[in-house]
Design a binder for this molecule. Sequence first.
Ligand code: PLP
Length: 454
Amino acid sequence: MDLPALKDRFIQRTKQSQAVFEAAKMVIPGGVQGNIKFFAPYPLSFSQARGAWMTDVDGNRYVDYLLSFGALMLGHGHPVVRGAVQEVWERYGTTSFGVPYELEFAMVKQVQKLYPSIKSLRFTNSGLEATLLAVRLALAFSGKTHIAKFDGHYHGGHEQVLVNTSVAESLEAGNTRPAARKASLGLPDYYVEHTIVLPFNNLALCEQILREQVTRVGAVIMEPVQAGYIPADPAFMRGLRQLTRDLGILLVFDEVKTGFRVALGGAQEYYGIEPDLTALGKVLGGGFPIGAVGGREDILRLSAPTRSTQLTDIVFHSGTFNGNPISLTAGLRTLEFLREPGRFERVLDVTNQLKQGIVSLAKSYDIGVEPIGIGTIFNIKVGRTPAQADGSVPNPSRELREALDFALMYHGVFSKPFNRFSLSTEHGETEVAHTLAAFDKSFADIREVARTTV
Ligand code: PLP
């Protein structure tokens, strides 16, 4: 089947989603509550979810690999999370004290068990707020004016990091110096002028740029695994840690995607590297909104209100629902559950089984498709061009990937077109069998499109 035929087949069985979208877009821009949630011709609209499965408004069932963009490490509506919500009522009687209470301390202690680099921590309500606070702390601590971020890395939607959130096509091969580009309308020039863009996995060029900019750059912020699935080269990571230390530049790991997923202790455990600051989110909240910034005590201390009576001596940080009982209880119980012996390892095993299954099916159809990623997240690389030495993943055919995604949705597998796959404790044998059967049928469906792809 060609791509138009695959899309047409999708449209035929998702008429209610289309109707929801047509109505929603009259009052909701693009019909979505976040631009990334859109895909053409219209996003699926869902009515129910349980465990690893979601049901759309037309009654179609899918194994869910989007998992709320990776947040739901225990799948949908896990008894542990349900119990946590019940516990909040019974123990506290409220969803928000708005002021300090006991669980904040307990949760920080739990996070510290997994992230030894975190000596002190503040909670936020989202990953966006976490990287925002991390950047503010880093600029305050260093007294400098610029940050450096990597080309193609996403840190949420605040001004300072809405720069080069996707890799420019001309730079996908990697070796040229990436120029700062705005990633949004409405972004004042100030932010591109105060953001230095670095090439991922290219230590020599990073060193050259950072040495040139050392008097201005207070911190390097990065996704240790680009977009959650393109891993940093371990030597690059070691080199970058050494370089930033030598130059007196802070290193901030944004582990909103990788935290509790690449390893329970995140990419910092996987690579054995201690950043100065870490941003967390997603899994940390057990399915409820959360973010956190943790790290060196001498940096976090700058946000303590006890420091001074002068506002300008203190890093501002606040938030009505910061550390609220629902997010913290659900998060704490989720982390305790994930730390039970064998739990996380099982998710890793299932992820690897799935990846291997996809590889052997693709081989049997002679289609250039390969899963890429570490830990419990991966994405699908299409085409036969291998990943580049600099770690970048070429995508020679959007058409083939789109064809695969639409075929997979038709056969009951959802990750949202072009998106990565995340797994949960609820993905087991049944789900893997269903998913591989869907890949089998999808590969058969897309053979024609694959034939024309390099
Ligand atoms: N940082 C990274 C690496 C992310 O992947 C995301 C969200 O996907 C964010 C920050 C922003 O998190 P949130 O969507 O909770 O604001």
